[in-house]
Design a protein around this ligand. Structure first.
Ligand code: HAM
Length: 424
C-alpha cells in the first residue's frame, strides 16, 4: 500500500527547513524588538469561537473549516486563523487585567479546506501579532511597520500595502443599506457566491475578483463617503503616519477582507506581479471583538502573514555549500576506530561543534564521498595507521589537503572557525 499525504498538505523537508527557520527567527527577533511576547494556543477550539467571531457568512466559516465531533460529542474545529483563539486566551487567562496594551505574537499551522494551488494549502502556516488596549492610529502603524521591516529583512520587495477603512458599527449599517439597494438591480451580473453575499454580507461583494461582479460594483457608493467623523479622522491620521514613516501604500476603497470582525483599518500586502496565489498577509483593527466575546470593550489591532507565500516571494537563497561541522570517518570493521569516532563525536558536541560519526560500515572512500555530498568541508579520518600511531588525520575537502594531529591539537583545530569559502 502506498500512502500519500492528504491533498493540500506539505512535508517540510530538511533541504527547505533552513529557510523556514530563518523566517521564524527573523520574525521572533522583530517581535522581541517591538515588545511583543509569544503566545501558543491549541490547534483546535470549540467551533462556535470561529463561527461567531470570524462570521457565519464568511467563506472561512461557511466553506473552509475542518470541523468534527470529538468522542465526547463536542463540536470542535482545527483553527483556521489565529485571532479568535488569541482573543479567547486573552479573556480566559486573565491577560485582559495586565497593563495595556497587551502585545502578543504567534507562529504555527492553520487549517482551511481551500482549493489547493500554488501558495494555497489546507494546512498552512501563519506568523501573526495581536495588540489589545491601544486604539490609536500609532498602534496600527506599529503593526504595519513590523510587517514592512519583516519583508525588508527577508528581501521580499514585491508586496504592495493596500489599505482601507471599513468603518464601525455606527457608520457601517447605513452604508450597507445603500450598497444593498445599489446592487439590487445588478444582481443578474453577480456570481453565485456574491448573490448569496449580497443578501448576507454585501460588503464582501466589493472585493470579489470575478469580472461580472467587478462590473456590477462599478459606480457603487464607497464606504469612505459614509465614515463617521471618528473613523474618518482615525484613517487620515494613519495615512499621515505612514507618509511620515516613508511606508508606501495604496488606498483601496474596495478592500474589505474576508473576516467579519474588522472595524476601521483593514489592510493587505498584495503581491505586485499579479500572481493568483493571493495576498502575503492581512490584518486590521477589530475594536468590537473582545467585547463581543464577553470581555470589556477593548480596542484591538493585528495582522497575520502567510509563511508559505512569503517563502515563495523570497525566491531561492544562495545556499551555503559547506556545513560548519566535521564528519568523522573511520576504518570499516575496526571496533577500536568506531569507539574512537563515537567518543570524539561526543567530545566535539560538548564543545559545540556539529559532529557526525560514520555509522554504516562503508569503505573509507565511500565515507569521504558521503561527507562531501553532505556538505562537510572537514573530515576527521581514523584509519588503521592513525589508530596505530594514536593520531587523527584532518582532511580539508576543498583542496584535498590532509594533516595529522594529536587529539588535543585536533580539538583545538576543529573548534577554531574555518576561514575561506566555508566561512562566507
Ligand atoms: P487572512 O487574510 O484570512 O487573515 O489570512 C492571513 C494570511 O494567511 C493570508 O494573507 C495568506 O497569506 C495566508 N493564508 C490564508 N489562507 C491560506 C491558505 N489556504 N494557504 C496558504 N496561506 C494562506 C487572518 O487570518 C486574520 N486572522 C489576520 C488578522 C490578525 N487580523 C487581525 N489580526
Amino acid at each position: 500500500m502506498e500512502f500519500r499525504a492528504p491533498r493540500g498538505t506539505r512535508d517540510i523537508l530538511p533541504s527547505e527547513i533552513g529557510r523556514w527557520q530563518h523566517l521564524e527567527s527573523c520574525f521572533q527577533e522583530l517581535c522581541r524588538l517591538h515588545g511583543f511576547e509569544e503566545i501558543r494556543t491549541p490547534l483546535f477550539e470549540h467551533t462556535e469561537l470561529f463561527s461567531r467571531s470570524v462570521g457565519e457568512e464568511s467563506d472561512i466559516v461557511s466553506k473552509e473549516m475542518y470541523t468534527f465531533l470529538d468522542r465526547g460529542g463536542r463540536q470542535v474545529t482545527l483553527r483556521p486563523e489565529g485571532t479568535a483563539p488569541v482573543v479567547r486566551a486573552y479573556l480566559q487567562r486573565g491577560l485582559a487585567s495586565q497593563p495595556q496594551p497587551v502585545k502578543l505574537y504567534y507562529y504555527g499551522p492553520m487549517f482551511r479546506y481551500d482549493r489547493p494551488q500554488a501558495g494555497r494549502y489546507r494546512q498552512f502556516h501563519q506568523v501573526g501579532v495581536e495588540m489589545y488596549g491601544a486604539g490609536t492610529p500609532a498602534a496600527d502603524l506599529e503593526v504595519i511597520s513590523l510587517c514592512t521591516s519583516f519583508f525588508n529583512r527577508l528581501g521580499v520587495n514585491g508586496a504592495e500595502l493596500q489599505l482601507n477603512s471599513v468603518g464601525c458599527s455606527r457608520c457601517r449599517p447605513p452604508y450597507r443599506e445603500r450598497l444593498v439597494s445599489f446592487l439590487k438591480p445588478r444582481e443578474e451580473l453577480l456570481c453565485a457566491d456574491c448573490r448569496r453575499r449580497h443578501r448576507e454580507n454585501p460588503l464582501r461583494v466589493l472585493d470579489c475578483k470575478r469580472p461580472g461582479c467587478r462590473r456590477a460594483i462599478t459606480g457603487a457608493p464607497l464606504l469612505a463617503e459614509y465614515l463617521c467623523r471618528e473613523c474618518s479622522e482615525h484613517f487620515l491620521a494613519l495615512l499621515r503616519l505612514l507618509d511620515r514613516s516613508n511606508i508606501p501604500y495604496r488606498e483601496n476603497p474596495y478592500l474589505v477582507r474576508g473576516l467579519d470582525y474588522y472595524t476601521r483599518t483593514a489592510f493587505e500586502f498584495v503581491p505586485r506581479e499579479g500572481n493568483d496565489s493571493g495576498s502575503l498577509g492581512g490584518g486590521g483593527r477589530y475594536d468590537d471583538l473582545v467585547e463581543y466575546c464577553g470581555g470589556p470593550a477593548t480596542p484591538a489591532v493585528g495582522v497575520a502573514l502567510g509563511v508559505e507565500r512569503i517563502l515563495l516571494a523570497m525566491g531561492e537563497p544562495e545556499g551555503d555549500r559547506y556545513s560548519p561541522g566535521v564528519y568523522i570517518a573511520c576504518a570499516p570493521g575496526e571496533e577500536e576506530a568506531e569507539v574512537e569516532a563515537l567518543s570524539l563525536a561526543r567530545e566535539l558536541r560538548d564543545l559545540g561543534v556539529v559532529a557526525e560519526p560514520e555509522l554504516t560500515g562503508r569503505s573509507l572512500r565511500g565515507q569521504l564521498k558521503l561527507a562531501n555530498r553532505k556538505g562537510y568541508r572537514r573530515v576527521i579520518i581514523i584509519g588503521p595507521r592513525e589508530l596505530e600511531q594514536g593520531l587523527f588525520t584532518l582532511r580539508d575537502m576543498v583542496g584535498g589537503s590532509q594533516r595529522e594531529y594529536s587529539r588535543s591539537d585536533l580539538l583545538a583545530e576543529v573548534t577554531r572557525p574555518v576561514s575561506g569559502p566555508n566561512s562566507e
